[in-house]
Write a protein that binds this ligand. Structure first.
Ligand code: AMP
Ligand code: MG
Length: 419
């Protein structure tokens, strides 16, 4: 632990300020898609299919009824009001071998196989009687069309149909479809395991008392939550003192067990920021000053081939930096093509003013949707990079390019932080 006034490590000059696009291009240029793996369907939501999956079967596998009713031969019901003998009932799950037609009808439940002799089903609402045991009569109130209310075998899929194409982001619907065709697992790009590390002597775990000069470590919890919400496996690497050996040990542990690491703090100009000197020694890092506010300091590089995102320490900055760099980068590692959050045009409900400073500003805003009139935004509160209240209240980041900002009623682009 450094003495309060001793000089800390200096890591040389920070590179010149670079644009957001250049910083992002640098990150994306160094990232690789993770290897593929076979995972159970229950673990595959949100992952990217690594190869085409085809159906080996007819779906549905047999002709079945779309309604509860009576299976008939349509030729046996020439006119509305025809009465037929009911020879029994087929439930969903039974093999459906009732001697229907010519002549008799069979009760049938939704999803049950249509008996071989019957070509149509009449829904129960269009019939009268027929609810007794076999031998009762049913009065058919409509003339059925051949094939009426029958879902033919293979009307959804036939063998060889592609059910999930390589590159698809698996939704609940895809998982259901894969289960439908009998799959229990699917080949995907592996889910990124992302380690999150906090550094700083001033930090204490939530729940512990604060001495003067201390604050609580809030970044780690928030970043772990964002990782989880983005579909990554979040790994808590703990809170590490400003101590070279401890930081190195935590980084080594992280790169052994994770596909990527997020650190927060220690990437700006501070004197005791040992995470910088350790990363400079053990990694192949680039320190950047990005033309954005908040989240200007940012480091990115590889330690033993594992990407490390060095996020700034200020709580709002660390989360905005996650949004700008880590989330899209990690989604790309997960095989996603589309890695950006949704951006929409909104109207400012109040002034969102700023001064020209060469940077793009990302203003924490509350977004509301006004029926057909589209999106509206208003500042979510005080915009300091240490002020988490507005970050917590925000569900959007308004993008203010260099300039004077926007006035009430003017349009502004907003990034929706909606999941
Ligand atoms: P640094 O980049 O390490 O100089 O930190 C910048 C600011 O962020 C300082 O006020 C730190 O106390 C604060 N900070 C750093 N890490 C965290 C953290 N994990 N949680 C909350 N605040 C932090
Ligand atoms: Mg620090």
């Amino acid at each position: 632990m450094p003495a309060a006034l001793s000089p800390g490590p200096r890591c040389g000059d920070l590179s010149r300020v670079i644009s957001l696009d250049d910083a992002r291009a640098h990150v994306h240029g160094r990232l690789r898609t993770l290897p593929t793996a076979s995972v159970p369907l229950a673990d595959a939501l949100g992952l990217v299919a690594a190869s085409d999956v085809t159906s080996g079967e007819l779906v549905p596998p047999f002709d079945n009824t779309a309604v509860d009713g009576f299976a008939v031969r349509s030729a046996d019901v020439a006119a509305a009001g025809t009465e037929l003998v009911v020879v029994g009932t087929v439930a969903a799950g039974s093999a459906g071998a009732l001697p229907v037609g010519p002549g008799p009808a069979g009760g049938i439940m939704t999803g049950a196989p249509v008996p071989p002799g019957a070509g149509a089903v009449v829904m129960v609402e269009d019939t009268e009687g027929g609810d007794g045991p076999g031998g009762e009569r049913v009065r058919i109130g409509t003339v059925p069309t051949p094939g009426g209310a029958v879902r033919p075998a293979g009307d959804d899929l036939v063998p060889g149909d592609v059910v999930v194409a390589a590159g698809t982001v698996l939704t609940a619907g895809h998982l259901g479809l894969l289960a439908t065709v009998g799959r229990t697992s699917v080949d995907v790009v592996r889910r990124p395991r992302v380690g999150v590390l906090s550094t700083g002597d001033e930090l204490v775990e939530p729940g512990r008392p604060l001495a003067r000069g201390q604050i609580r470590d809030s970044n780690r919890l928030a970043l772990l939550a964002l990782c989880g919400r983005s579909g990554f496996d979040a790994v808590d690497l703990g809170l590490v003192r400003d101590d070279e050996a401890a930081i190195e040990e935590a980084l080594r542990r992280g790169v052994e067990g994770c596909d990527a690491l997020l650190t927060s703090g220690g990437v700006s100009m501070g004197d005791f920021d040992y995470v910088r000197s350790v990363l400079a020694r053990v990694g192949d890092m680039r320190w950047m000053q990005v033309a954005v506010k908040p989240a200007k300091p940012f480091a990115f590089g590889l330690v033993d081939g594992v990407p490390v995102f060095g996020l700034p320490g200020n709580p709002v900055s660390s989360l905005v930096s996650f949004e700008l760099f880590a989330r899209p980068g990690l989604l790309r590692m997960a095989g996603r093509q589309q890695v950006e959050r949704r951006r929409v045009r909104a109207l400012a409900d109040g002034d969102l003013r700023r001064r020209p400073d060469g940077k793009a500003h990302f203003v924490r805003v509350a977004v509301r949707q006004d029926g057909d009139l589209g999106f509206h935004v208003a500042s979510a509160g005080a915009q300091g990079s240490h002020q988490m209240s507005a970050m917590a209240a925000a569900d959007g980041l308004a993008v203010l390019p260099d300039g004077d900002g926007v006035a009430t009623g003017e349009p502004v682009e907003v990034i929706l932080l909606d999941d």
